[in-house]
Write a protein that binds this ligand. Structure first.
Ligand SMILES: NC(=O)C1=CN([C@@H]2O[C@H](COP(=O)(O)OP(=O)(O)OC[C@H]3O[C@@H](n4cnc5c(N)ncnc54)[C@H](OP(=O)(O)O)[C@@H]3O)[C@@H](O)[C@H]2O)C=CC1
Ligand SMILES: CC(=O)[C@@H](O)[C@H](O)COP(=O)(O)O
Ligand SMILES: [Mn+2]
Length: 385
């Protein structure tokens, strides 16, 4: 029985991970769950999965959760220290890192430090602190199992293969809802338009990232760290159907692609079950329905965020951390109707050029970088108004 803690259990990844666990009660049990502010769903999940602990960030509503769970064996926690406690509890075998954004970094690092295997959805953890995270994972001899669909695809394609023989890793991108829109119309799109992802149903932040293609930029940085592959070997190709989840080309020009319907339960299940492949009852891919798989080059004028992300890998140091922070602030501002869609990448680029570079940052440097970049991004947003 694998005993699991889910950081971010009330989100899109968290709820789908619980669905996988629900289908496999003989293999997985839930030890801990965490949410930010969604008390109702956390209570419901606790009643169903009976974890030893739940954590909620919002200290004002922790009382509500305690009251609802008072006649159960579930302990209710709050505060940053207790979230780390949940992630490092001696009973936990694997932590699913599914908090969104920089907030996921510290509990994930704490879990690695405590020797837990990680099913990693929170790509920002690797974007911000990839070197620190991967070095610690090596030192602690733990597995980081990718949940992000592209990275799961590459990880699956690499089974039985040698990393020295990789010629290219090709990340596929849907292109988001504005793939075929004229650039001049992209200045006027609404949040509602941007939140309509063509293929995936995900949390708001990553859905906006998909629309700007910052998501793919973050995924390039994620792949660079996860697979220790230089950026010149990582390519992005638009594949609007999201059936091929990514590909690896080897030295002999043979290409392995991992395919399937766009359903996050597949990569989540692969990470949870690894190295075993488990059965499920998900719908099968009908090739006669998806009878045309198409590909095109990304347009960097329409999607400058992708180019910015590649630039930060070249610059290294704290640059990925800077753009991640600026992007979190800019996406939030867009979702609150404070800036336009095309201004997201503009704020990110301005912040990248204005923040203080650091060549070999440690965790404290990155925390400081994150704070500084957030402040600078907020200043640029005020100037835009
Ligand atoms: N959704 C998807 O299909 C995919 C997601 N990912 C990545 O997985 C991560 C999660 O994405 P997704 O599930 O879509 O996001 P959601 O917004 O749906 O869920 C986020 C989860 O994190 C919690 N949370 C939010 N902010 C904080 C915080 N400051 N401190 C602690 N907990 C917090 C939320 O709690 P509450 O509900 O209470 O707000 C919720 O449980 C992201 O990094 C994303 O890029 C990667 C590939 C695919
Ligand atoms: C499901 C998943 O892994 C997302 O990261 C997805 O890839 C987003 O789609 P885009 O290709 O549009 O960024
Ligand atoms: Mn992805």
């Amino acid at each position: 029985m694998k005993k699991i803690a889910i950081l971010g259990s009330t989100g899109s990844i968290g709820t789908q991970a619980l669905e996988v666990i629900r289908q496999n009660p003989e293999r997985f049990s839930v030890v801990g769950l965490s949410s930010h502010a969604n008390a109702n769903l956390l209570i419901e999940q606790a009643k169903e999965f009976k974890p030893a602990m739940v954590h909620i960030t919002d200290e004002k509503i922790v009382k509500e959760v305690k009251a609802a769970l008072k006649n159960t064996s579930t302990k209710v926690l709050t505060g940053a220290k207790e979230l780390k406690g949940l992630a490092t509890d001696s009973d936990v075998d694997m932590v699913i890192s599914a908090i969104v954004g920089f907030a996921g970094l510290r509990p994930t690092l704490a879990a690695i430090e405590a020797g837990k295997d990680i099913a990693l959805a929170n790509k920002e953890t690797l974007v911000v602190a990839g070197d620190i995270v991967m070095d610690l994972a090596t030192k602690k001899e733990i597995n980081i199992l990718p949940v992000d669909s592209e990275h799961s695809a590459i990880f699956q394609a690499m089974q039985g293969e040698n990393y020295d023989k990789v010629r290219r890793m090709i990340l596929t991108a849907s292109g988001g809802p504005f793939l075929d829109m004229d650039i001049k119309d992209m200045y006027r799109v609404s949040c509602e338009d941007a939140l309509k992802h063509p293929n995936w149903n995900m949390g708001n932040k990553i859905t906006i990232d998909s629309a700007t293609m910052m998501n793919k930029g973050l995924e390039v940085i994620e792949a660079y760290h996860l697979f220790k592959t230089p950026p010149f070997k990582i390519e992005v190709v638009i594949h609007p159907q999201s059936i091929i989840h990514s590909m690896v080309e080897f030295d002999d020009r043979s290409i392995k692609a991992q395919m399937g319907l766009p359903d996050m339960r597949v990569p989540i299940q692969y990470a949870l079950g690894y190295p075993e492949r488990l059965k499920n009852k998900l719908p099968e891919l009908d090739f006669t329905v998806y009878n045309a798989l198409t590909f095109q080059k990304p347009d960097l004028e329409k999607f400058p965020a992708l180019g910015i992300a590649f630039e930060t890998v070249r610059r290294g140091g704290n640059f990925p951390c800077i753009i991640n922070a600026a992007n979190e602030i800019a996406v939030d501002a867009f979702l609150n109707n404070q800036i336009g869609f095309m201004e997201i990448a503009r704020v990110v680029e301005q912040t990248m050029e204005a923040a203080t570079p650091c060549v070999n940052p440690d965790l404290d440097d990155l925390v400081q970088t994150d704070e500084e970049a957030r402040e600078k991004a907020k200043e640029f947003i005020i100037q835009l108004k």
